[in-house]
Design a protein around this ligand. Structure first.
Ligand code: GAR
Length: 214
């Protein structure tokens, strides 16, 4: 069994999608801990409801980023993590932390990277007149939102979309994308080698989903 540690800062809907898939599809993995930098995160409450070990690690209780990163690494290592899964974790992680988990730390970002790294992705996609939006699962590297891409999903931007309607459409797609991409990594079907992705031939690592088309 591979041990997953999932980091959340907010709602935790991607955590929920991963936890359900892990259980329902009987992955060769267990969620060893859910850790949040925000003690009041809904994602932590969800973890407790799901019976998962939930750890609050308030970043405001640490004097600086390095101290928080050290405490976070200690908590992750105490859980015996094989994989670190960022699921709406909204803290920037320092380079030593990222290097420590190189090749076994994933993130989901709500845009078609390399477009729109950082915040407010949906507003920026709308402002840019994009006709497609989406989400990306990638290995985490020291450059924010720039790691090698495991998988992506695209959804249409519809006339009349606002930030909320587009975010909702992307989120539905995220909930399919992240469990699938994570599972491929756990199974070794997608790996990081020499800083690039090696994937089993035939994996549908990019797809278009139109929820309105059913
Ligand atoms: C998701 O949309 C995720 O892609 C995004 O935060 C949301 C978390 O939702 N992550 C980032 O923006 C990271 N840069 P959730 O807490 O319901 O999973």
């Amino acid at each position: 069994m591979q041990r997953l540690v999932i980091l959340v800062s907010g709602r935790g809907s991607n955590l929920g999608a991963i936890a359900r898939a892990c259980r329902d599809e009987a992955w060769p993995a267990t969620i060893a801990a859910v850790i949040s930098n925000r003690p009041d995160a809904a994602g932590l409450a969800l973890a407790r409801e799901l019976g998962l070990p939930a750890v609050a690690l308030d970043h405001r209780a640490h004097p600086d980023r390095a101290a928080f990163d050290t405490a976070l690494a200690d908590a992750i290592d105490a859980a015996g993590a094989d994989w670190v899964v960022l699921a709406g974790f909204m803290r920037i992680l320092g380079e030593p932390f990222v290097q420590r988990y190189a090749g076994r730390m994933l993130n989901i970002h709500p845009s078609l990277l390399p477009a729109f790294p950082g915040l407010h992705t949906h507003r920026r996609a709308l402002d840019a007149g994009c006709t497609l939006a989406g989400a990306t699962v990638h290995f985490v590297t020291p450059t924010l939102d720039h790691g090698p891409i495991v998988a992506q999903v695209a959804v249409p931007v519809r006339p009349g979309d606002d930030e909320a309607s587009l975010a909702a459409r992307v989120l539905v797609a995220e909930h399919r994308l992240y469990p699938q991409a994570l599972r491929w990594c756990l199974e070794g079907r997608v790996r990081l080698r020499d800083g690039g992705i090696v994937a089993e031939p035939g994996l549908e690592r990019g797809r278009f989903v139109d929820p309105a088309a059913g």
